[in-house]
Design a protein around this ligand. Structure first.
Ligand SMILES: NC(=O)c1ccc[n+]([C@@H]2O[C@H](COP(=O)([O-])OP(=O)(O)OC[C@H]3O[C@@H](n4cnc5c(N)ncnc54)[C@H](OP(=O)(O)O)[C@@H]3O)[C@@H](O)[C@H]2O)c1
Length: 265
Protein backbone atom coordinates (compact mmCIF):
# COMPACT_ATOMS: atom_id res chain seq x y z
CA UNK A 1 0.00 0.00 0.00
CA UNK A 2 1.27 3.44 -0.90
CA UNK A 3 0.42 6.34 1.40
CA UNK A 4 1.56 9.93 1.74
CA UNK A 5 4.20 10.31 4.42
CA UNK A 6 2.23 12.79 6.53
CA UNK A 7 -0.73 10.94 8.01
CA UNK A 8 -3.55 12.03 10.29
CA UNK A 9 -4.07 10.90 13.89
CA UNK A 10 -7.82 10.87 14.43
CA UNK A 11 -7.83 10.44 18.23
CA UNK A 12 -8.25 14.14 19.08
CA UNK A 13 -11.70 14.48 17.52
CA UNK A 14 -13.26 12.40 20.34
CA UNK A 15 -14.58 13.99 23.54
CA UNK A 16 -12.31 15.33 26.34
CA UNK A 17 -9.89 12.71 27.74
CA UNK A 18 -10.52 10.76 24.51
CA UNK A 19 -13.77 9.64 26.14
CA UNK A 20 -17.17 9.75 24.46
CA UNK A 21 -18.38 12.13 21.79
CA UNK A 22 -17.10 15.68 21.35
CA UNK A 23 -19.43 18.60 22.08
CA UNK A 24 -19.24 19.74 18.48
CA UNK A 25 -19.85 16.59 16.47
CA UNK A 26 -20.15 18.44 13.17
CA UNK A 27 -16.69 19.97 13.64
CA UNK A 28 -15.20 16.50 14.19
CA UNK A 29 -16.69 15.24 10.93
CA UNK A 30 -15.51 18.38 9.12
CA UNK A 31 -11.95 17.88 10.41
CA UNK A 32 -11.89 14.25 9.24
CA UNK A 33 -13.23 15.13 5.78
CA UNK A 34 -10.88 18.11 5.41
CA UNK A 35 -7.91 15.94 6.44
CA UNK A 36 -8.55 13.70 3.44
CA UNK A 37 -9.12 16.70 1.13
CA UNK A 38 -5.76 18.11 2.20
CA UNK A 39 -4.04 14.97 0.99
CA UNK A 40 -3.77 12.83 4.13
CA UNK A 41 -4.62 9.32 3.00
CA UNK A 42 -3.39 7.45 6.07
CA UNK A 43 -5.66 7.76 9.13
CA UNK A 44 -4.72 6.32 12.51
CA UNK A 45 -7.36 5.34 15.05
CA UNK A 46 -8.08 2.69 17.71
CA UNK A 47 -11.05 0.94 19.26
CA UNK A 48 -9.88 2.52 22.53
CA UNK A 49 -10.45 6.11 21.34
CA UNK A 50 -13.85 7.04 22.67
CA UNK A 51 -13.85 4.00 23.13
CA UNK A 52 -15.51 2.97 19.84
CA UNK A 53 -16.48 6.58 19.06
CA UNK A 54 -13.46 7.41 16.88
CA UNK A 55 -13.99 4.48 14.48
CA UNK A 56 -17.68 5.40 14.19
CA UNK A 57 -16.73 9.02 13.44
CA UNK A 58 -14.36 7.95 10.66
CA UNK A 59 -17.03 5.77 9.04
CA UNK A 60 -19.63 8.54 9.35
CA UNK A 61 -17.31 11.12 7.81
CA UNK A 62 -15.73 9.11 5.03
CA UNK A 63 -17.64 5.90 4.20
CA UNK A 64 -17.85 4.81 1.38
CA UNK A 65 -14.10 5.25 1.51
CA UNK A 66 -12.03 6.68 -1.32
CA UNK A 67 -9.88 3.94 -2.92
CA UNK A 68 -6.58 5.46 -1.78
CA UNK A 69 -7.56 5.91 1.88
CA UNK A 70 -5.79 3.58 4.32
CA UNK A 71 -7.32 3.27 7.78
CA UNK A 72 -5.10 1.89 10.50
CA UNK A 73 -6.80 0.89 13.71
CA UNK A 74 -5.64 -0.85 16.87
CA UNK A 75 -6.79 -3.34 19.47
CA UNK A 76 -5.43 -4.61 22.76
CA UNK A 77 -6.51 -1.92 25.24
CA UNK A 78 -9.63 -1.70 27.42
CA UNK A 79 -11.24 1.55 28.62
CA UNK A 80 -13.37 0.74 31.67
CA UNK A 81 -13.37 4.48 32.55
CA UNK A 82 -11.89 7.69 31.15
CA UNK A 83 -8.50 7.61 32.93
CA UNK A 84 -7.89 3.90 32.32
CA UNK A 85 -6.09 2.37 29.35
CA UNK A 86 -5.77 -1.26 30.49
CA UNK A 87 -3.75 -3.68 28.40
CA UNK A 88 -5.50 -6.84 27.23
CA UNK A 89 -3.59 -9.03 24.78
CA UNK A 90 -5.61 -12.22 25.18
CA UNK A 91 -6.27 -13.86 21.78
CA UNK A 92 -10.03 -14.20 22.48
CA UNK A 93 -10.24 -10.48 23.26
CA UNK A 94 -8.39 -9.52 20.07
CA UNK A 95 -10.63 -11.74 17.95
CA UNK A 96 -13.74 -10.03 19.39
CA UNK A 97 -12.17 -6.56 19.17
CA UNK A 98 -11.28 -7.03 15.52
CA UNK A 99 -14.83 -8.15 14.61
CA UNK A 100 -16.24 -5.07 16.36
CA UNK A 101 -13.80 -2.74 14.56
CA UNK A 102 -14.75 -4.27 11.20
CA UNK A 103 -18.41 -3.50 11.94
CA UNK A 104 -17.82 0.06 13.16
CA UNK A 105 -15.54 0.93 10.26
CA UNK A 106 -17.91 -0.85 7.83
CA UNK A 107 -15.16 -2.84 6.12
CA UNK A 108 -14.50 -6.53 5.54
CA UNK A 109 -10.78 -6.29 6.14
CA UNK A 110 -8.63 -3.87 8.16
CA UNK A 111 -5.77 -2.42 6.07
CA UNK A 112 -3.42 -2.11 9.04
CA UNK A 113 -4.30 -3.61 12.43
CA UNK A 114 -1.92 -2.66 15.20
CA UNK A 115 -1.47 -4.22 18.62
CA UNK A 116 -1.95 -1.10 20.78
CA UNK A 117 0.53 -2.29 23.45
CA UNK A 118 2.00 -5.60 24.62
CA UNK A 119 0.21 -7.08 27.65
CA UNK A 120 2.70 -8.21 30.33
CA UNK A 121 0.21 -10.89 31.43
CA UNK A 122 0.06 -12.60 28.01
CA UNK A 123 3.04 -13.97 26.02
CA UNK A 124 3.59 -11.61 23.08
CA UNK A 125 3.88 -14.59 20.73
CA UNK A 126 0.30 -15.62 21.64
CA UNK A 127 -1.07 -12.11 21.10
CA UNK A 128 0.69 -11.58 17.78
CA UNK A 129 -0.08 -15.19 16.81
CA UNK A 130 -3.79 -14.39 17.13
CA UNK A 131 -3.34 -11.44 14.75
CA UNK A 132 -1.45 -13.66 12.31
CA UNK A 133 -4.38 -16.13 12.35
CA UNK A 134 -6.83 -13.28 11.65
CA UNK A 135 -4.60 -12.19 8.79
CA UNK A 136 -4.68 -15.72 7.36
CA UNK A 137 -8.48 -15.62 7.65
CA UNK A 138 -8.47 -12.50 5.45
CA UNK A 139 -9.65 -10.05 8.12
CA UNK A 140 -6.39 -8.11 8.42
CA UNK A 141 -4.24 -7.00 5.48
CA UNK A 142 -1.14 -5.90 7.40
CA UNK A 143 -0.07 -6.19 11.05
CA UNK A 144 1.61 -3.45 13.09
CA UNK A 145 2.69 -3.08 16.70
CA UNK A 146 2.75 -0.11 19.06
CA UNK A 147 4.59 0.84 22.25
CA UNK A 148 7.28 -1.78 21.82
CA UNK A 149 10.96 -2.11 22.68
CA UNK A 150 13.50 -3.52 20.22
CA UNK A 151 13.28 -6.92 21.94
CA UNK A 152 9.48 -6.95 21.74
CA UNK A 153 9.57 -5.93 18.07
CA UNK A 154 11.98 -8.78 17.31
CA UNK A 155 9.76 -11.21 19.20
CA UNK A 156 6.70 -10.08 17.23
CA UNK A 157 8.60 -10.39 13.94
CA UNK A 158 9.36 -14.02 14.69
CA UNK A 159 5.60 -14.73 14.73
CA UNK A 160 4.26 -12.49 11.95
CA UNK A 161 5.35 -10.06 9.29
CA UNK A 162 5.26 -6.63 10.97
CA UNK A 163 4.95 -3.64 8.64
CA UNK A 164 4.76 -0.78 11.15
CA UNK A 165 5.69 0.34 14.64
CA UNK A 166 3.91 3.17 16.45
CA UNK A 167 5.89 4.58 19.38
CA UNK A 168 6.09 7.94 21.13
CA UNK A 169 8.68 10.08 19.35
CA UNK A 170 9.19 13.77 18.71
CA UNK A 171 11.80 16.55 18.80
CA UNK A 172 11.80 16.53 22.59
CA UNK A 173 11.59 12.78 23.15
CA UNK A 174 13.88 10.47 21.23
CA UNK A 175 13.84 7.58 23.67
CA UNK A 176 12.96 5.14 20.89
CA UNK A 177 15.83 6.03 18.56
CA UNK A 178 16.91 2.37 18.83
CA UNK A 179 13.52 1.12 17.63
CA UNK A 180 13.55 3.68 14.80
CA UNK A 181 16.96 2.39 13.73
CA UNK A 182 15.70 -1.22 13.56
CA UNK A 183 12.73 0.02 11.50
CA UNK A 184 15.05 1.89 9.13
CA UNK A 185 17.24 -1.15 8.59
CA UNK A 186 14.27 -3.49 8.13
CA UNK A 187 12.15 -1.07 6.07
CA UNK A 188 9.33 -1.04 8.61
CA UNK A 189 7.20 2.14 8.79
CA UNK A 190 7.73 4.09 12.03
CA UNK A 191 4.69 6.10 13.13
CA UNK A 192 5.70 8.58 15.82
CA UNK A 193 2.80 9.28 18.15
CA UNK A 194 2.78 12.59 20.03
CA UNK A 195 4.64 14.01 16.98
CA UNK A 196 4.06 17.45 18.45
CA UNK A 197 4.66 16.21 21.99
CA UNK A 198 0.97 17.14 22.45
CA UNK A 199 2.23 20.72 22.16
CA UNK A 200 5.32 20.33 24.36
CA UNK A 201 7.74 19.91 21.44
CA UNK A 202 6.71 23.32 20.13
CA UNK A 203 8.01 25.52 22.93
CA UNK A 204 11.84 25.33 22.96
CA UNK A 205 13.61 28.43 21.64
CA UNK A 206 15.54 26.65 18.88
CA UNK A 207 12.33 25.38 17.29
CA UNK A 208 10.94 28.91 17.34
CA UNK A 209 14.14 30.28 15.81
CA UNK A 210 14.08 27.81 12.90
CA UNK A 211 10.35 28.49 12.44
CA UNK A 212 10.92 32.26 12.23
CA UNK A 213 13.66 31.74 9.62
CA UNK A 214 11.24 29.87 7.33
CA UNK A 215 8.21 32.01 8.14
CA UNK A 216 6.71 28.76 9.45
CA UNK A 217 5.18 27.73 12.79
CA UNK A 218 6.84 25.58 15.49
CA UNK A 219 4.37 22.75 14.71
CA UNK A 220 5.43 22.78 11.07
CA UNK A 221 9.10 22.64 12.08
CA UNK A 222 8.44 19.73 14.47
CA UNK A 223 6.72 17.78 11.67
CA UNK A 224 9.27 18.67 8.99
CA UNK A 225 12.01 17.53 11.39
CA UNK A 226 10.30 14.14 11.77
CA UNK A 227 9.98 13.76 7.99
CA UNK A 228 13.70 14.47 7.64
CA UNK A 229 14.66 12.20 10.51
CA UNK A 230 14.34 8.97 8.54
CA UNK A 231 12.65 7.87 5.30
CA UNK A 232 10.58 5.31 7.23
CA UNK A 233 8.95 7.94 9.48
CA UNK A 234 5.22 8.57 8.93
CA UNK A 235 4.03 11.18 11.45
CA UNK A 236 0.36 11.15 12.50
CA UNK A 237 -0.30 14.59 14.03
CA UNK A 238 -3.73 15.00 15.62
CA UNK A 239 -6.01 17.97 16.06
CA UNK A 240 -9.65 18.89 16.49
CA UNK A 241 -9.02 22.31 14.96
CA UNK A 242 -9.49 23.02 11.26
CA UNK A 243 -6.90 25.83 11.44
CA UNK A 244 -4.26 23.55 13.03
CA UNK A 245 -5.09 20.87 10.46
CA UNK A 246 -4.34 23.23 7.56
CA UNK A 247 -1.17 24.39 9.31
CA UNK A 248 0.08 20.86 9.94
CA UNK A 249 -0.67 19.65 6.40
CA UNK A 250 1.47 22.48 5.00
CA UNK A 251 4.47 21.07 6.93
CA UNK A 252 4.82 18.42 4.21
CA UNK A 253 6.32 21.04 1.89
CA UNK A 254 8.68 22.65 4.41
CA UNK A 255 12.32 21.70 3.72
CA UNK A 256 14.80 22.12 6.54
CA UNK A 257 18.44 22.81 5.70
CA UNK A 258 21.34 20.84 7.19
CA UNK A 259 22.04 23.94 9.28
CA UNK A 260 18.48 23.86 10.67
CA UNK A 261 18.77 20.14 11.40
CA UNK A 262 22.10 20.64 13.20
CA UNK A 263 20.52 23.35 15.33
CA UNK A 264 17.61 21.07 16.30
CA UNK A 265 19.85 18.05 16.99
N1 LIG B 1 -0.14 4.22 20.03
C1 LIG B 1 -0.38 4.97 21.07
O1 LIG B 1 -0.24 4.54 22.22
C2 LIG B 1 -0.84 6.39 20.87
C3 LIG B 1 -0.88 7.27 21.94
C4 LIG B 1 -1.29 8.59 21.69
C5 LIG B 1 -1.65 8.96 20.40
N2 LIG B 1 -1.61 8.06 19.37
C6 LIG B 1 -1.95 8.43 17.98
O2 LIG B 1 -1.09 9.48 17.59
C7 LIG B 1 -1.84 10.58 17.12
C8 LIG B 1 -1.13 11.85 17.48
O3 LIG B 1 -0.98 11.95 18.88
P1 LIG B 1 -1.58 13.15 19.73
O4 LIG B 1 -2.80 13.70 19.06
O5 LIG B 1 -1.72 12.67 21.11
O6 LIG B 1 -0.37 14.15 19.76
P2 LIG B 1 0.14 15.36 18.87
O7 LIG B 1 -0.30 15.20 17.45
O8 LIG B 1 1.56 15.49 19.19
O9 LIG B 1 -0.56 16.59 19.53
C9 LIG B 1 -1.91 16.87 19.40
C10 LIG B 1 -2.16 18.06 20.33
O10 LIG B 1 -1.45 19.18 19.82
C11 LIG B 1 -2.35 20.21 19.48
N3 LIG B 1 -1.97 20.70 18.14
C12 LIG B 1 -2.15 20.08 16.95
N4 LIG B 1 -1.69 20.85 15.93
C13 LIG B 1 -1.22 21.98 16.50
C14 LIG B 1 -0.63 23.14 15.99
N5 LIG B 1 -0.44 23.30 14.67
N6 LIG B 1 -0.25 24.12 16.87
C15 LIG B 1 -0.46 23.98 18.18
N7 LIG B 1 -1.03 22.89 18.74
C16 LIG B 1 -1.40 21.89 17.91
C17 LIG B 1 -3.73 19.60 19.45
O11 LIG B 1 -4.68 20.52 19.97
P3 LIG B 1 -5.85 21.11 19.01
O12 LIG B 1 -6.87 20.05 18.89
O13 LIG B 1 -6.29 22.30 19.75
O14 LIG B 1 -5.19 21.43 17.70
C18 LIG B 1 -3.61 18.41 20.39
O15 LIG B 1 -3.88 18.79 21.72
C19 LIG B 1 -3.21 10.41 17.77
O16 LIG B 1 -4.22 11.09 17.07
C20 LIG B 1 -3.37 8.93 17.77
O17 LIG B 1 -3.87 8.52 16.50
C21 LIG B 1 -1.19 6.78 19.60
Amino acid sequence: MKVRRLGFGAMRVCGPQIWGWPKDRANALAVLRRAYELGHNFFDTSDAYGPEVNELQIAEALHPYPKDLVIATKGGLLRPSAPRWDRCGRPDHLRRALEASLKRLRVERIDLYQLHAPDPEVPLADTVGALADLQKAGKIRHIGVSNVSVAQLEKARRVASIVSVQNEYNLGNRKFDDVLEVCRKSRIAFLPWYPLGAGAALRPGKVKQVAAKHDATPAQVALAWLLERSPVVLPIPGTASLAHLEENAAAATLRLSSEDLAMLD
